[in-house]
Design a protein around this ligand. Sequence first.
Ligand code: NAG
Length: 301
Amino acid sequence: MRAPFLCAYPLLLSALASVHALPAARSDSGPITPLTSSQIDAFEPYTWYASTGHCNSSATLTWDCGADCDANPSFKPVASGGDGDATQYWFVGYDPVLDTVIVSHQGTDTHKILPVLTDADILLVELDSDLFPGISSEIKVSQGFRGAQEKVATDVLAAVWTTIDRYGTSQVTMVGHSLGAAISLLDAVYLPLHIFDASFTFIGYGLPRVGNQEFADYVDAASLSVAHINNKEDPVPILPGMFLGYVHPSGEVHIEDSGEWANCPGQDNPSTQCIVGDVPKIWDGDGSDHVGPYGGVEMGC
Ligand SMILES: *[C@@H]1O[C@H](CO)[C@@H](O)[C@H](O)[C@H]1NC(C)=O
């Protein structure tokens, strides 16, 4: 899986090659601590929901998509959409065990996500002020991710409202893998601007960088629980590069080669136990790590 993207993006590689210094940690970072096995296990249903985001919209609406759907058998689907082509699949529904709305967006495999992260769509742009009322114009995000989230934003919002009404929950959890994680992170900024009496959680897998320093600071300051889990030497989470102005919010969890899951505090923690230190350059990465496994789960439908 590595060769195609390494050959295809000479511009990016030469730009990366010109960067020598590792970034400093940008916010308070305490010690790196391992997750306990029960903390790791607690992610599993969400990991399956992120994987299920890869399934088509008719399969998720009837919750008949094989192993992905069977892993969360009590899920109540409410709405789904997308075409898996111009528009990523998505689904929204209710998990009665976890008592939360689930929002999931379709991810991509490695050779599809890398072009998105390395072409003109990495331009940093403002968020739409109608969809994101009151958001600062200093907050900038990837043009490509913005476009992908905008296409379905109001449909997702309507489905979340319906789910909250129907099941009486006040928790909303947004998940996704890869591009799907990037879209869900934008949902994690978008939905709380329209839904005021819920608590929000974001759990992403193989999340690429989505926005600038102001975006990352906004996410860190929001009343939002954030975890983004990076697997081993996956190159996707180190893209787009920090030298382009991109910054991850806090909340990284890094699955190390040993199998240990490390809590990596701060934004873009430079430790070799975390993705920035472990994969300093794209050629230090292994594209096959992008799909997982995250715990026991390989991403895909
Ligand atoms: C959608 O996914 C289901 C189950 O994974 C499959 O059986 C079905 O053929 C798919 N439908 C389309 C339109 O791709």
